[in-house]
Write a protein that binds this ligand. Structure first.
Ligand SMILES: [Zn+2]
Length: 390
């Protein structure tokens, strides 16, 4: 049976060939040309009916080569195939179009762009990049080309090109790309850290922060570098800034802060910090960290009192899991076995409610990502507690 999509292809082709326009009634100068159109058109149709779509495409391309006014039909044909996932066919049509010497500037530019989209879809990023660079030179249309180039450079981890393209995009679209650029510098800094070049990493983080002075990631990384070179106090100062920059990321630095205060031998300040945060924010991870602190310093009974009072104020699955664990530790005999079973069940429920969620597209992750793997936005993934994640 003829694929319905071909009807969409055949109609404009028929129109282009003059067949639908009633060519026989028009005694015009293109009469002989239309005869040729028509016979080729039926030849193509025949291939289609015999389920030979590739031969049909060749014939239709040949038909359309006759007239530059059919460029739009070519583009439409190609796009149709790409949307259906038939990228090879789309590519063939767009390549054929570009090879024609008589296209005007706009037509050529459109064809370049469409071919770049075919290459992107096929994962041929290098080829797409070359076409998009050429396309971006046509200034008034550069925004979408720059967005695609930016996608390619991020995929390929070519951060220098990503930075310069993001700057061009900011100029072309009049929107800030500073947050994104700061992440690109952080990516470069990560590479420098992996290569043990902490000095270079420090310089890159400075650039990140001069681009986006509120960059949570760059601030955390600066603390990490200070900590790595043994400067605990400076490390702590950087990590403490996260509360003011964006307290939603605080859970990401709690372990670091604990380590920092412990290295400075200042458990009182650590305790005070956690209590202060808890007064102003309903933060489950801060509450759990404080419960840990109380348990290790003052024993399980005091931790139990604390967690019970907290659970009355703000019920949470994680708090309940903590209480069940403490109770299980003190139970004996059958009660202990029962508590262990209960703990296993609650831990499972807690596990599925913790994680990371993209605030833009709702993507769920088990680990922190600065760029959402799904929608590719930066800074949209945040830690969540006591929410359904799976
Ligand atoms: Zn997302």
């Amino acid at each position: 049976m003829l694929d319905p999509v071909w009807l969409l292809v055949l109609l404009p082709l028929a129109a282009a060939s003059g067949w639908l326009a009633g060519r026989r009634d028009r005694p015009n100068r293109s009469g002989r040309l239309s005869d040729k159109f028509s016979s080729e058109y039926f030849k193509g149709l025949n291939f289609l009916l015999n389920e030979q779509p590739d031969k049909a495409i060749e014939v239709f391309i040949k038909v359309l080569e006759v007239d530059t006014e059919t460029v739009e039909t070519h583009l439409m044909l190609g796009n149709l195939f790409r949307r259906r996932g038939e990228v090879e066919r789309a590519t063939r049509i767009h390549q054929n179009l570009i090879a024609r010497p008589n296209l005007d500037r706009d037509q050529r530019s459109n064809a370049l762009y469409e071919l770049s989209q075919d290459y992107l879809k096929a994962g041929l990023l290098d080829r797409a990049e070359n076409l998009l660079l050429e396309y971006a030179e046509v200034e008034r249309k550069s925004e979408s080309a720059l967005e695609h180039l930016l996608y390619i450079y991020q995929q390929e981890k070519e951060w220098d090109q990503a930075i310069s393209t993001a700057r061009r995009l900011a100029r072309a679209s009049s929107t800030s790309t500073d947050e994104m650029i700061a992440h690109f510098y952080c990516e470069k800094a990560e590479e420098a850290i992996n290569g043990n070049d902490l000095e270079e990493a420090g310089a890159l983080l400075k650039q990140a922060l001069s681009t986006d002075r509120n960059s949570v990631r760059a601030t955390i990384m600066k603390g990490d570098i200070e900590n790595r070179i043994g400067n605990s106090k400076k490390a702590l100062q950087h990590w403490l800034k996260i509360e003011k920059l964006d307290s939603q990321y605080l859970p990401e630095v709690l372990e670091r802060l604990k380590r920092g205060y412990s290295e400075l031998g200042d458990r009182e300040s650590w305790d005070g910090f956690l209590r202060r945060i808890l007064q102003s924010e309903e933060s489950i991870p801060v509450m759990l960290t404080l419960a840990d602190e109380i348990e290790s310093r003052y024993g399980p009974d005091n931790a139990r009192k604390f967690i019970t009072a907290e659970l009355r104020k703000r019920p949470s699955m994680s708090g309940l899991a903590y209480l069940v664990r403490l109770t299980g530790m003190q139970a004996t005999g059958q009660a202990q076995t029962d508590m262990q079973i209960l703990q296993g069940m609650i831990d499972k429920a807690v596990h599925t409610r913790q994680g990371y969620v993209c605030q833009h597209c709702g993507f769920h992750a088990r680990a922190m990502h600065w760029q959402c793997p799904s929608c590719k936005r930066w800074n949209t993934i945040k830690p969540v507690w006591d929410q359904v994640c799976d």
